[in-house]
Ligand binder design. Sequence first.
Ligand code: GRF
Length: 203
Amino acid sequence: LPLAVLASGGGSNLQAIIDRIEEGKIAARIVAVVSNKPQARALSRARAHGIPAIALPQDDYPDRAAYDAALLAAVQDSGAQAVILAGYLRLLAAPFIAAFRNRILNIHPALLPSFPGLRVQAAAASYGVTIAGATVHFVDEEMDSGPIVIQAAVPAGPDDDGESLAARILTLEHRIYPQAVAWLAAGRLAIAGRKTRLAPSSL
Ligand code: GRF
Protein backbone atom coordinates (compact mmCIF):
# COMPACT_ATOMS: atom_id res chain seq x y z
CA LEU A 1 0.00 0.00 0.00
CA PRO A 2 1.60 3.34 -1.03
CA LEU A 3 1.60 5.68 1.97
CA ALA A 4 2.27 9.39 2.43
CA VAL A 5 3.44 10.39 5.90
CA LEU A 6 2.80 13.94 7.14
CA ALA A 7 5.07 15.14 9.95
CA SER A 8 5.98 18.47 11.56
CA GLY A 9 8.63 17.43 14.05
CA GLY A 10 11.19 14.87 15.09
CA GLY A 11 9.63 11.99 13.21
CA SER A 12 10.22 9.23 15.77
CA ASN A 13 6.87 7.69 14.83
CA LEU A 14 7.87 7.93 11.17
CA GLN A 15 11.13 6.17 12.02
CA ALA A 16 9.31 3.34 13.81
CA ILE A 17 7.10 2.82 10.74
CA ILE A 18 10.10 2.96 8.36
CA ASP A 19 11.90 0.36 10.51
CA ARG A 20 8.93 -2.06 10.58
CA ILE A 21 8.45 -1.67 6.79
CA GLU A 22 12.13 -2.44 6.21
CA GLU A 23 11.76 -5.51 8.43
CA GLY A 24 8.94 -6.67 6.18
CA LYS A 25 6.33 -6.36 8.94
CA ILE A 26 4.16 -3.80 7.13
CA ALA A 27 2.93 -4.43 3.55
CA ALA A 28 3.35 -0.79 2.57
CA ARG A 29 5.75 1.59 0.88
CA ILE A 30 6.23 5.22 1.97
CA VAL A 31 6.09 7.16 -1.30
CA ALA A 32 6.51 10.61 0.32
CA VAL A 33 7.14 12.30 3.64
CA VAL A 34 5.63 15.79 3.63
CA SER A 35 6.25 18.46 6.25
CA ASN A 36 5.05 22.02 6.83
CA LYS A 37 8.40 22.61 8.56
CA PRO A 38 11.42 22.53 6.19
CA GLN A 39 13.76 21.84 9.14
CA ALA A 40 11.72 18.95 10.52
CA ARG A 41 13.98 16.03 11.41
CA ALA A 42 11.30 13.82 9.91
CA LEU A 43 12.44 15.03 6.46
CA SER A 44 16.08 14.08 7.08
CA ARG A 45 14.97 10.70 8.41
CA ALA A 46 13.11 10.16 5.10
CA ARG A 47 16.11 11.19 3.02
CA ALA A 48 18.35 8.82 4.99
CA HIS A 49 16.08 6.01 3.82
CA GLY A 50 15.79 7.13 0.19
CA ILE A 51 12.20 8.29 0.68
CA PRO A 52 11.07 11.46 -1.19
CA ALA A 53 11.00 14.28 1.38
CA ILE A 54 8.76 17.24 0.50
CA ALA A 55 8.86 20.49 2.48
CA LEU A 56 5.90 22.83 2.08
CA PRO A 57 6.98 25.86 4.14
CA GLN A 58 3.66 27.21 5.32
CA ASP A 59 5.06 30.76 5.21
CA ASP A 60 5.48 30.38 1.44
CA TYR A 61 1.71 30.37 0.98
CA PRO A 62 -0.45 33.51 0.98
CA ASP A 63 -3.24 31.83 2.94
CA ARG A 64 -4.49 28.57 4.42
CA ALA A 65 -6.36 27.57 1.29
CA ALA A 66 -3.20 27.87 -0.85
CA TYR A 67 -1.23 25.72 1.60
CA ASP A 68 -4.04 23.15 1.82
CA ALA A 69 -4.21 22.95 -2.01
CA ALA A 70 -0.43 22.48 -2.27
CA LEU A 71 -0.53 19.75 0.39
CA LEU A 72 -3.33 17.83 -1.35
CA ALA A 73 -1.56 18.14 -4.72
CA ALA A 74 1.76 16.91 -3.29
CA VAL A 75 0.14 13.89 -1.63
CA GLN A 76 -1.97 13.00 -4.67
CA ASP A 77 1.01 13.42 -7.03
CA SER A 78 2.99 10.99 -4.85
CA GLY A 79 0.48 8.23 -5.68
CA ALA A 80 -0.28 7.64 -2.01
CA GLN A 81 -3.46 5.67 -1.31
CA ALA A 82 -3.40 6.27 2.45
CA VAL A 83 -2.07 9.06 4.66
CA ILE A 84 -0.33 8.67 8.03
CA LEU A 85 -0.17 11.72 10.31
CA ALA A 86 2.90 11.34 12.52
CA GLY A 87 3.38 14.37 14.75
CA TYR A 88 1.66 16.55 12.15
CA LEU A 89 0.45 19.69 13.89
CA ARG A 90 -1.97 21.20 11.37
CA LEU A 91 -5.65 20.42 10.80
CA LEU A 92 -6.44 18.89 7.41
CA ALA A 93 -8.85 20.75 5.14
CA ALA A 94 -12.19 19.14 4.25
CA PRO A 95 -11.21 18.51 0.57
CA PHE A 96 -8.13 16.60 1.76
CA ILE A 97 -10.18 14.42 4.11
CA ALA A 98 -12.76 13.82 1.38
CA ALA A 99 -10.01 12.77 -1.06
CA PHE A 100 -8.69 10.18 1.44
CA ARG A 101 -11.94 9.33 3.27
CA ASN A 102 -11.36 6.56 5.85
CA ARG A 103 -7.72 6.24 4.75
CA ILE A 104 -6.05 8.76 7.08
CA LEU A 105 -4.63 7.66 10.45
CA ASN A 106 -3.39 9.83 13.31
CA ILE A 107 -1.73 9.10 16.62
CA HIS A 108 -2.75 11.12 19.66
CA PRO A 109 -0.70 10.88 22.89
CA ALA A 110 -3.71 10.44 25.18
CA LEU A 111 -6.61 8.02 25.70
CA LEU A 112 -9.31 9.71 23.59
CA PRO A 113 -11.88 11.03 24.18
CA SER A 114 -9.93 12.28 27.20
CA PHE A 115 -7.44 15.10 26.58
CA PRO A 116 -8.07 16.09 22.94
CA GLY A 117 -5.99 18.95 21.49
CA LEU A 118 -2.37 19.87 22.08
CA ARG A 119 0.16 19.46 24.94
CA VAL A 120 -2.03 16.70 26.29
CA GLN A 121 0.72 14.85 28.17
CA ALA A 122 1.25 17.88 30.41
CA ALA A 123 -2.53 18.24 30.84
CA ALA A 124 -2.83 14.60 31.89
CA ALA A 125 0.14 14.88 34.27
CA SER A 126 -1.20 18.00 35.96
CA TYR A 127 -4.67 16.44 36.17
CA GLY A 128 -3.06 13.69 38.23
CA VAL A 129 -4.08 10.72 36.07
CA THR A 130 -2.82 7.31 37.17
CA ILE A 131 -3.29 5.81 33.70
CA ALA A 132 -2.19 7.61 30.50
CA GLY A 133 -1.69 6.36 26.99
CA ALA A 134 -2.01 6.81 23.25
CA THR A 135 -4.71 6.41 20.61
CA VAL A 136 -4.48 5.65 16.90
CA HIS A 137 -7.65 6.76 15.13
CA PHE A 138 -9.03 7.45 11.67
CA VAL A 139 -9.12 11.16 10.85
CA ASP A 140 -12.42 12.84 10.06
CA GLU A 141 -13.42 16.50 9.78
CA GLU A 142 -13.37 17.04 13.53
CA MET A 143 -10.17 17.12 15.57
CA ASP A 144 -9.11 13.92 17.39
CA SER A 145 -12.56 12.41 16.84
CA GLY A 146 -12.51 9.66 14.20
CA PRO A 147 -13.07 5.91 14.84
CA ILE A 148 -10.44 4.46 17.18
CA VAL A 149 -8.18 1.73 15.76
CA ILE A 150 -6.00 0.88 18.78
CA GLN A 151 -5.26 2.28 22.24
CA ALA A 152 -2.63 1.38 24.82
CA ALA A 153 -2.01 2.59 28.36
CA VAL A 154 0.90 3.30 30.67
CA PRO A 155 0.89 3.99 34.43
CA ALA A 156 1.30 7.58 35.57
CA GLY A 157 1.95 9.02 39.02
CA PRO A 158 2.26 12.21 41.05
CA ASP A 159 5.96 12.59 40.16
CA ASP A 160 5.20 12.70 36.43
CA ASP A 161 5.25 15.91 34.45
CA GLY A 162 4.49 16.48 30.76
CA GLU A 163 8.01 15.52 29.78
CA SER A 164 8.28 12.25 31.72
CA LEU A 165 4.81 11.21 30.60
CA ALA A 166 5.47 12.17 26.95
CA ALA A 167 8.60 10.03 26.93
CA ARG A 168 6.78 7.02 28.39
CA ILE A 169 3.85 7.44 25.97
CA LEU A 170 6.17 7.85 22.97
CA THR A 171 7.63 4.38 23.59
CA LEU A 172 4.07 3.04 23.45
CA GLU A 173 3.35 4.99 20.25
CA HIS A 174 6.30 3.36 18.54
CA ARG A 175 4.65 -0.01 19.17
CA ILE A 176 0.97 0.68 18.44
CA TYR A 177 1.32 2.95 15.42
CA PRO A 178 3.26 0.46 13.26
CA GLN A 179 0.72 -2.19 14.30
CA ALA A 180 -2.19 0.01 13.16
CA VAL A 181 -0.43 0.82 9.86
CA ALA A 182 0.22 -2.90 9.31
CA TRP A 183 -3.51 -3.63 9.80
CA LEU A 184 -4.45 -0.81 7.40
CA ALA A 185 -1.94 -2.03 4.77
CA ALA A 186 -3.28 -5.58 5.11
CA GLY A 187 -6.81 -4.29 4.46
CA ARG A 188 -7.97 -5.64 7.83
CA LEU A 189 -9.61 -2.43 9.14
CA ALA A 190 -13.31 -1.86 8.53
CA ILE A 191 -15.28 1.13 9.82
CA ALA A 192 -18.89 0.76 10.97
CA GLY A 193 -20.21 4.10 12.24
CA ARG A 194 -18.02 5.08 15.20
CA LYS A 195 -16.51 1.61 15.48
CA THR A 196 -13.50 0.05 13.78
CA ARG A 197 -13.49 -3.73 13.26
CA LEU A 198 -10.32 -5.75 12.75
CA ALA A 199 -10.80 -8.59 10.25
CA PRO A 200 -9.10 -11.91 10.99
CA SER A 201 -5.60 -12.32 9.57
CA SER A 202 -5.65 -13.98 6.18
CA LEU A 203 -2.68 -16.18 7.17
C1 GRF B 1 4.59 12.99 19.95
O1 GRF B 1 4.24 13.59 21.16
C2 GRF B 1 3.43 12.21 19.44
O2 GRF B 1 2.60 11.82 20.50
C3 GRF B 1 2.69 13.15 18.57
O3 GRF B 1 3.63 14.04 18.04
C4 GRF B 1 4.79 14.08 18.91
C5 GRF B 1 6.07 13.91 18.15
O4 GRF B 1 6.07 12.70 17.51
N1 GRF B 1 2.03 12.40 17.54
P1 GRF B 1 7.26 12.33 16.48
O5 GRF B 1 8.50 12.04 17.32
O6 GRF B 1 7.49 13.54 15.59
O7 GRF B 1 6.77 11.13 15.77
